[in-house]
Structures are given as structure tokens and as C-alpha cells.
Design a protein around this ligand. Structure first.
Ligand SMILES: [Zn+2]
Length: 422
């Protein structure tokens, strides 16, 4: 019996208790077999559930793209735990994982899910991630990835190609921060929601780790360079020795020159009229552009969200394989394996939960938005709230990674475009 504490309903279904089994125990088809065609799953929204006879009946919880019967109902069904208060939510979840109760139609799509979470990384590279200990928290097996390989992915087809591991730059430096490539990209055809027109890239030649900043104008380049150099030196404990740029005036100016002199950094510039010498930085730009195109196409988010997309793309790039190394740029630069358990599909629906203390009794428990990226270090998530035209940073979210995306209203009418805050 499923007893839903939320919906105050009991549902009796014939099931077997078989801990450890990896197949389906309760499927929608089985429910339909018991109750006829009036079984309607509601996978999207804050409270996914199954409706039986028009009434919400079984609460579902989504974990790694699978739906599970909610804790309370599971407990009452399991019987052996008695009251659901005996176990913590975490413990129950662990048990649920083992038993895989109430798996629904999306169970075979883990490989696709991680392909999307990884910004449409090519399946061979993704299989490399799945089959190695390059990262922690990756939730699909090599088999899942291989099974997904044959599936048609529309955004990938539209973006013309899937991404392969980024090519080696033939790097010559062997020490972190010995040589940092920098480049300016833009102006973009559309201003970002937070008024950026360019992005600047920073690429550590030795580790292939990169950083992107979105800026409003070229005049901000010198202070951005200074900021990122200081950040990287603090993060690694190493010192930047050389930087390499083209001869754009944003890099060749007295302000930057004096900053670099003060920091004791040598500035290499490409020879005049041979921008291809800045190859490493330009390859990075192209890689990021490709990510952004595919991610925006998949998300249905408007082009003004390119600034969120490019920063997310850069994060994903840092935790992806590179040719000729079994370590990610992240690990080579930061010194720790990246934990990718927080990765989510760019642009998916996300509901920011509002803590009890911050809302009144009748206020909604969550605010709807779309997931657009990660806080630094992947410590929290960024969610675009269309009605406020701002991005909220939160650790307490419900995601709907499979729901229809791109259908949200992005008409700015009724909101004040000046109030955009990052
Ligand atoms: Zn794809």
C-alpha cells in the first residue's frame, strides 16, 4: 500500500518486495493494469506525482532522472521500517536507490541525460568520463552512455557536430601558470541580460584550465586581467610568469602594461598581422562558441542568456577530458578531482525553494525559473527568474530536467529591465 502523506491518499497495488533487484518493480504500465487507463503521471512541477482517477495519489521523487515513490509512501509499503520517522530522508533515499521502486519511462535515458548535463559532450568522451575515475559524482555507467550513443540528439544535429576532447595545444610549458593565453571575443550581436557585450578568456597553457569573464566594454579588460591573475595565483599558490595576447588595444595599453610591470609578468604579443599565432586562445573561443550555440538551441533560452551559457560551457570544459591526459583541466589546475554530481541540464525548469522563515503561510513554497549555471566551484546553482529578470543563486532547488523547455515566457513586459542584478 502506498500512503501519501502529502495527498492524504492510500493506494493498494500488488507488488513484491525484492531488495537489490535492478529491474522495474512498479511501472506505469503495471499501475494501468491495476487501475485502467485513468492513471496519469505528472512528472513536471514542484510535486511530481501519479494521478489515479483524477486525484493525486502517489508522490514521486526524482533522483538522477529516475522517479521513485516518495519516502512516506515507500515506508508504509515496506512495512519493515514501521513509521517513516524511524529513518532519515537520506537513509530512505539510499534504500530507494537499491530497490528502484516505481521507475518510469525515463530509466533508459541516463546516458542522454549526462550527455546534456555535460553540454552535449561527444559520447566517446563521455564514456571515458564514465569509465574512469576522472571525476566523482558521475551518475551513469559506460553501458548507459554506450546505449545512448545511437540516439538522435536534435541540438547536436543543429550544432552540426558533437564535441570531441579538446585538442592538445602542443603546449611547451610544464609548469602551472608559466604561460597564460588571453583573448577578447565580441562584440556579440546581442547584449547579454546583464549588459555584457564581450567575453574574455584566460587559458593556462600547462593545465588547459580556463576562465571566462563577460564584460560590458573593452575598457574593462585591464582590470579583468588583473582580477583573474590575482584569483589564479591565490587558488594555486603559483605565480603567473608570462601572458600571451594579440596586439588589440585592449591588451596593448599603458594601464595593463604598468599592472604587469608591477606584478613582474612578461607580456608576449603575436607578431603584427598574424593572429593565428594566438592559436590556443582562439581554439578555446571556438570551442566555447560551439557549446553556447548548442546549449542555447537545446534550452530554448533567449540569446541574451549567452553570458550564462558561456560561463557554464567553460565550467563543463574544465571537467571534460582533454586529449593526451587522463586528468581533467580542473584536477590539473586545482589539484582535486571535480565532483560533477551537481551538474544539471542547462536551461531546464528549476524551482527555487523559499525557506519557511522567508515566506508567509499562503505564499508559494517555490519560485519557478530556468537553470542557467553554477556558482564558482560548483557550490550552488544559478537560476534565471524570468518574472524578476534576475538570477538567483540557491542550493535548494527542484529540477525538471526532462520537462519541455524553451516554453517559458521571456517577454519582459511588466518587469523593469533596469533592475537586472547578477
Ligand atoms: Zn546532444
Amino acid at each position: 500500500m502506498f500512503r501519501s502523506s502529502c495527498f492524504k491518499t492510500d493506494v493498494e497495488v500488488d507488488v513484491y518486495h525484492a531488495p537489490g533487484i535492478m529491474g522495474h518493480i512498479l511501472s506505469l504500465e503495471a499501475l494501468e493494469g491495476s487501475f485502467g487507463p485513468n492513471v496519469v503521471p505528472q512528472f513536471s512541477g514542484v510535486l511530481p506525482h501519479v494521478e489515479i482517477g483524477g486525484a493525486p495519489s502517489i508522490e514521486l521523487e526524482k533522483i538522477d532522472g529516475l522517479f521513485y515513490a516518495e519516502d512516506s509512501s515507500y515506508d508504509s509499503w515496506m512495512g519493515r521500517y514501521g513509521s517513516n520517522r524511524c529513518l532519515s530522508g537520506k537513509k530512505v533515499r539510499e534504500e530507494l536507490r537499491k530497490v528502484k521502486l516505481a521507475i518510469t519511462k525515463q530509466d533508459s535515458n541516463l546516458g542522454v541525460l549526462w550527455h546534456k548535463r555535460y553540454g552535449h559532450l561527444g559520447f566517446d568522451a563521455l564514456a571515458k568520463v564514465a569509465g574512469s575515475d576522472m571525476v566523482t559524482g558521475f551518475g551513469a555507467s559506460v553501458d548507459d552512455v554506450v546505449a545512448a550513443k545511437g540516439q538522435f540528439c536534435k541540438p547536436c544535429a543543429e550544432g552540426k557536430q558533437t564535441r570531441q576532447p579538446h585538442p592538445s595545444t602542443g603546449n611547451v610549458t610544464s609548469k602551472r601558470l608559466d604561460l597564460v593565453h588571453m583573448d577578447l571575443c565580441g562584440p556579440l550581436p546581442v547584449k547579454s541580460w546583464n549588459n555584457a557585450k564581450y567575453w574574455v578568456t584566460f587559458y593556462d597553457d600547462c593545465t588547459k584550465f580556463s576562465e571566462v569573464r563577460c564584460i560590458t566594454g573593452k575598457t574593462v579588460v585591464p582590470e579583468t586581467v588583473k582580477e583573474v591573475i590575482k584569483l589564479w595565483e591565490r587558488q594555486t599558490g603559483d605565480k603567473v610568469r608570462r601572458i600571451h595576447t594579440d596586439r588589440g588595444l585592449e591588451y596593448v595599453n599603458e594601464e595593463l602594461a604598468s599592472t604587469l610591470r608591477d606584478m613582474g609578468i612578461f607580456h608576449e604579443k603575436t607578431a603584427p598581422y598574424t593572429p593565428q599565432q594566438n592559436g590556443a586562445a582562439e581554439r578555446l573561443d571556438r570551442t566555447l562558441e560551439e557549446y553556447v550555440r548548442t546549449m542555447l538551441a537545446d534550452s530554448g533560452l533567449p540569446q541574451e542568456m549567452w553570458s550564462e551559457a558561456v560561463i557554464t560551457a567553460n565550467t563543463l570544459r574544465n571537467v571534460s577530458p582533454t586529449k593526451g591526459s587522463n586528468l581533467t583541466p580542473w584536477e590539473r589546475f586545482i589539484g582535486e578531482k571535480p565532483d560533477v554530481s551537481k551538474l544539471r541540464v542547462f536551461g531546464c525548469s528549476a524551482y527555487v525553494m523559499i525557506p519557511k522563515q522567508q515566506r508567509h503561510k499562503l505564499d508559494p513554497v517555490s519560485v519557478p525559473g530556468q537553470f542557467v549555471g553554477y556558482a564558482p566551484g560548483m557550490s550552488a546553482w544559478r537560476v534565471w527568474i524570468p518574472k524578476d529578470r534576475r538570477v538567483r543563486i540557491s542550493c535548494d532547488l527542484k529540477f525538471d530536467e526532462w520537462g519541455v523547455r524553451g516554453s517559458m515566457e521571456f517577454d519582459a513586459s511588466g518587469s523593469d529591465p533596469e533592475s537586472g542584478v547578477v
